[in-house]
Design a protein around this ligand. Structure first.
Ligand code: KMH
Ligand code: ZN
Length: 279
């Protein structure tokens, strides 16, 4: 399963003009990435000035537009930017997504701190279950895998009953971008969990190949990677999805289609909400 994370909250449009920040750019990106083999889109939105925002109206409009234009699983970020307060991050769940990220602990994030207090993690988990939203548990460090065990032991399974985690490597302050780090984190996940892996920057390819070799799924995109090769900027998100799909084919693990991904993650089918009357 290929997830695309096209935008993120950290990269500036002024330094990376190919970053999709408007609704039109995001929809075009989603269509291109779905055609290239992506099954899930991890969504951050930007405001009119291309700054990260958690504006609920903009999020709702985005979820709706992505659902109308593709069959991709729409996963919104509850991580936001490191400056976003907890109440705004919780409110993201009101935009009607299929899935949402749920980061399982605090870590240094470059020069900043990405704060995820235990009571906040529990609240996100409870609200996702109430709203029938499937979490993707973000594991930026080994202790986050231990926190995931604690969460499931004390609060029970997420909505849909499946546990899917994303191992994120290469954040300065988190897991390094090595095969060994990916495998250590995966070994610490709950039994039966499915997982994907994400590598930032120069960690992209080692992490991609490790995930393919170790039976995992992959996340790629300009949230994490804006350099395609030494000295070569990424052209667009589809280029990264094509590379991941090519690598998966080479590994004889071709990209999972969207319907299989929906079944694996156990997402609720909200596509009739798109108003096409197609049931
Ligand atoms: N932007 C990071 C602070 C997520 O989307 O859930 C958090 C992040 C994780 O990107
Ligand atoms: Zn994100």
């Amino acid at each position: 399963m290929i997830t695309v994370a096209p935008t993120g909250a950290e990269i500036e449009k002024s330094t990376v003009p190919a970053l999709p920040v408007t609704l039109d750019e995001l929809v075009t990106t989603a269509e291109q990435c779905a055609a290239a083999g992506a099954a899930v889109i991890h969504v951050h939105v930007r405001d009119g000035g291309a700054r990260p925002t958690l504006d609920l109206g903009r999020l709702r409009e985005t979820v709706q537009a992505l659902r109308e234009s593709t069959d991709l699983v729409v996963q919104v970020s509850t991580g936001g930017a490191v400056t976003d307060p907890e109440d705004r991050r919780l409110a993201v769940l009101e935009c009607g997504p299929d899935a949402a990220s749920l980061t399982c602990g605090t870590l240094n994030f470059g020069d900043d701190v990405f704060v995820n207090r235990w009571p906040f993690i529990v609240e996100l988990h409870r609200r996702m279950r109430e709203r029938e939203v499937v979490p993707e548990f973000e594991i930026f460090d080994l202790g986050h895998a231990a926190a995931l065990h604690r969460l499931l032991d004390t609060e029970g399974p997420p909505w849909g009953g499946r546990v899917h985690a994303d191992v994120v490597c290469g954040v300065p302050g988190g897991l390094p971008g090595t095969a060994r780090a990916v495998l250590a984190a995966v070994a610490a996940l709950p039994d039966g969990a499915t997982w994907s892996a994400t590598g930032l920057g120069r960690a992209s390819l080692p992490v991609l190949f490790t995930a393919l070799g170790a039976g995992g799924h992959v996340r790629v995109g300009m949230e994490d990677t804006v350099t395609f090769a030494v000295g070569v900027p990424v052209q667009d998100n589809a280029q990264l999805v094509v590379r991941a799909a090519d690598a998966a084919r080479l590994a004889q693990r071709p990209a999972m289609d969207i319907e299989s991904a929906r079944a694996m993650l156990g997402v609720k089918d909200r596509r009739r909400d798109r108003g096409l009357g197609d049931g």
